[in-house]
Write a protein that binds this ligand. Sequence first.
Ligand SMILES: Nc1ncnc2c1ncn2[C@@H]1O[C@H](COP(=O)(O)OP(=O)(O)OP(=O)(O)O)[C@@H](O)[C@H]1O
Ligand SMILES: [Mg+2]
Length: 254
Amino acid sequence: MEMLNVKDLTIKFGGLVAVDHLNFNVKKGEIVSLIGPNGAGKTTVFNLLTGLYTPTEGSIVFEGKELSGMRSQDIVKLGIARTFQNIRVYTKLRVVENIMVGSHIHTDYNMLDAIFRTKRFYQQEKEKYEAAMAFLESMHFAEKADMYAGSLPYADMRRLEILRAMASNAKLLLLDEPAAGMNPQESEELVQFISKIAREDGYTILLIEHDMNVVMNVADRIYVLDYGKLIADGLPAEIKTNPKVIRAYLGGNQ
Ligand SMILES: Nc1ncnc2c1ncn2[C@@H]1O[C@H](COP(=O)(O)OP(=O)(O)OP(=O)(O)O)[C@@H](O)[C@H]1O
Ligand SMILES: [Mg+2]
């Protein structure tokens, strides 16, 4: 069964149909890529999937539950987390603190506990810290735990953003142009990392990306959007040679 099933998804902004009766699905453990020209509607799809926008029409079913109309914070709890096209990490917090902020670990201390730094507050913060450190260890990022996020090299900052999404207890990761601004070596490392978290750690990935080397190397399947509409879908080898895709996108992109 599909993990994510999107049917007839549509959103209009005034006269503009940014996403137009879009159908696609993602199976558990897959790496699926969403590609297409600037303004095609890719990020808007992520905004719909995460509850930032409400669809004008259509449905989004994740593990059997309808998401459209749900609030963002409830969607996160179901296990969908995203990264942003324009990187968003807390630059003035340390790496480990960025992970703690994104962490799913439940705290039940209240504001007074936090203000007066009660035992309960310290205990729970300590547990959160330890869980975040263990997670960073497992992801080979622990040596950077104490660095300020803002002082990381750019590629590591992007990596941190993905790690933070993972630490929110996500099953499905939505990555919006994670290779943007990376050099070829960094984007090759990103390909290795995305493959690893899907194949070994069990994450399912929906990836928006303009870097076709990344997409063709990492995606199991690809959907191509143009003016909000699906114009093609298939295996990387099929998409690469699809005349419609070349005309709309790849021709001007390579
Ligand atoms: N909140 C909004 N209000 C009005 N128009 C919007 C809104 N969000 C997106 N759009 C429009 O919807 C279209 C799709 O935008 P979107 O950001 O999804 O494109 P994209 O495929 O992610 O492009 P890029 O590759 O440049 O990131 C664009 O024409 C954009 O201007
Ligand atoms: Mg975008």
